[in-house]
Design a protein around this ligand. Structure first.
Ligand code: NAD
Length: 249
């Protein structure tokens, strides 16, 4: 094999790649040989791209919000110009604004749906034109188990993630005959900034609901994204893979 890696020379876009699951995913894809374009709103985006380059691949930062259609369309055109192809899109950027429905503000509904669901539409639409023309591509959408099971206090978030699952299956059907696979992953509770805010008591209660009795790591999620981005999953499309220690089975 003379050291060849499964994603050598491929270009992967990771949205929300500055921390947590997105950063671990960008690193895992880079370790598999892919060049990386990170799209994130955070100021740390340049710094993150520099860190990724230490894995021996090309990596560039694009500071943009997935929620902004024009910004994303232009950003993805720029990535295409910079790298010449787009092989993988990981729609990872996402946020929570949790509250019980009766207390949920309209702006928290709009923001969560805007980033988590419209963001997936914006990025997918912009890469689809390129991938369909190339007649190859892999799109991995980061949903959540709560998009399958629901969760009190997360009407906005779970609706956005259920929407991502529906979007995944519809776009998979549209693109399948043109060599573009679209799949979703549904992580359970993963140790990131998103779950750090939960207190220790809540975390240990959560662990009791997980058959494996532990939270997952961002690397647990990244490994599945690498599988769905590479040739080992070429006959898999429209699938939703849970990464949740058995929580939602
Ligand atoms: N952590 C979990 O337990 C868990 C479980 C299931 C699903 N998820 C999903 O995984 C994804 C990543 O979660 P995480 O825990 O790593 O989150 P995180 O908060 O640690 O990181 C999210 C990243 O997205 C970026 N981001 C936020 N808004 C953005 C925007 N408008 N445009 C571009 N980038 C933006 C942030 O700057 C940050 O870098 C999210 O879609 C989340 O819903 C997380």
């Amino acid at each position: 094999m003379n050291g060849a890696k499964i994603l050598d020379g491929k270009l992967a876009i990771v949205t929300g790649g500055c921390q947590g699951i997105g950063k671990s995913t960008a690193i895992a894809l880079a370790e598999a040989g892919a060049n990386i374009a990170i799209i994130d709103v955070a100021d740390a985006v340049e710094e993150t791209a520099a860190e990724i380059r230490e894995y021996g691949v090309a990596a560039k930062a694009y500071q943009a919000s997935v929620m902004d259609f024009d910004e994303i369309t232009q950003g993805i055109e720029q990535i295409h110009k910079d790298f010449g192809a787009i092989d993988i899109l990981v729609n990872n950027a996402g946020i929570t604004r949790d509250n019980l429905l009766l207390r949920m503000k309209e702006e928290d509904w709009d923001l969560v749906l805007g980033i988590n669901l419209k963001g997936v539409f914006n990025c997918t639409k912009a890469v689809a034109r390129i991938m369909l023309k190339q007649r190859r591509g892999k799109i991995v959408n980061v949903a959540s188990v709560v998009g399958i099971t629901g969760n009190a206090g997360q009407c906005n978030y779970s609706a956005s993630k259920a929407g991502v699952i529906g979007f995944t299956k519809s776009s998979a059907r549209e693109f399948a005959s043109r060599g573009v696979c679209v799949n979703a992953i549904a992580p359970g509770f993963i140790q990131t900034a998103m779950t750090d805010s939960l207190g220790d008591d809540t975390k240990s209660q959560l662990e009791q609901q997980i058959p494996m009795r532990k939270l997952g790591t961002p690397e647990d999620v990244a490994n599945v994204v690498v599988f769905l981005s590479g040739p080992a999953s070429d006959y898999v499309t429209g699938e939703v893979i849970r990464i949740d220690g058995g929580m939602a089975m």
